[in-house]
Design a binder for this molecule. Structure first.
Ligand SMILES: [Zn+2]
Length: 256
């Protein structure tokens, strides 16, 4: 039986029966990987802390005969990212990042760039020292790009107009809209906010340190990204409710 190996991030785990666990990983080589960890609960020695959410691990598994969970043989802990466990707001943001990756990239195809991006995001969130709302904005922008869903930011998505300070945003219509094209509901925001979002994509995907976003960018940009992501998610994310207890939810600006 062939043994497969990959670097991976533990996304979450659940109990199964009396003794076992089901664990979801995001693996560099294969993307979303769901495995069955036999005796993970009855014998602590079997996997130790290596199945804890957000940990960076090296996982070995064998594939099932047909559909279904892979069988986990060994999971070696490389970094627990222990800093996440000392702050509830950081923990909530990490859980949100993991759920977002699972929902957007759980298609069974490998996306090594998403593995690197999520790993760098979790590292910085665990180490602390950065504004969590800014980390969230960067993560959302970059995941949208990795999924091929970046909305129009610098030009009106309908007429291409790039002027105007006060503009609108409607994810379902492609993103930015000028005052002439909006003719319905749209978030009202500053073109500077959308310019800042666009500039986030000119930096390396794994760079999360050293950004400073103003309150207006976090509020307006955050609301636009919530809308842009919702368009591509089948259901509201469970972790978002928990996250919003800690990070003020981006308020939807006045619409018209
Ligand atoms: Zn227009």
């Amino acid at each position: 039986m062939r043994i497969h190996t990959s670097d991976a991030i533990v996304l979450r785990h659940g109990d199964y029966g009396e003794a076992d666990r089901i664990v979801s990983f995001y693996a560099r080589e294969v993307g979303l990987l769901k495995g069955f960890a036999r005796h993970a609960r009855s014998s602590r020695r079997r996997f130790g802390a290596a199945l804890e959410p957000f940990a960076r691990v090296r996982v070995q598994w064998t594939a099932p005969r047909g559909e279904g969970l892979v069988s986990l043989r060994e999971v070696e802990l490389e970094d627990l990212r222990a800093g996440l466990r000392s702050r509830l707001d950081a923990l909530a943001l990490a859980a949100y990042g993991c759920e977002l990756v699972e929902e957007l990239f759980g298609d069974g195809a490998p996306h090594p760039e998403v593995y690197e991006l999520l790993g760098a995001f979790l590292d910085v969130t665990a180490e602390g020292g950065e504004d969590l709302a800014g980390l969230r904005l960067l993560l959302e922008m970059r995941l949208l790009r990795a999924a091929g869903y970046v909305p129009h930011l610098l030009h009106c998505s309908e007429c291409g107009d790039a002027g105007g300070e006060g503009v609108f945003f409607a994810a379902a219509r492609g993103g930015r809209l000028c005052a002439d094209c909006v003719s319905g509901a749209g978030l009202r925001l500053s073109s500077l906010t959308l310019g800042t979002l666009a500039r986030c994509l000119q930096t390396p995907d794994t760079l999360f340190r050293g950004f400073r976003f103003g309150a207006q960018t976090l509020q307006e940009g955050g609301a636009a990204l919530v809308e842009a992501l919702a368009l591509h998610l089948d259901r509201p994310l469970r972790s978002l409710v928990f996250l919003e207890r800690f990070l003020a939810s981006p308020k939807v600006p006045e619409s018209r």
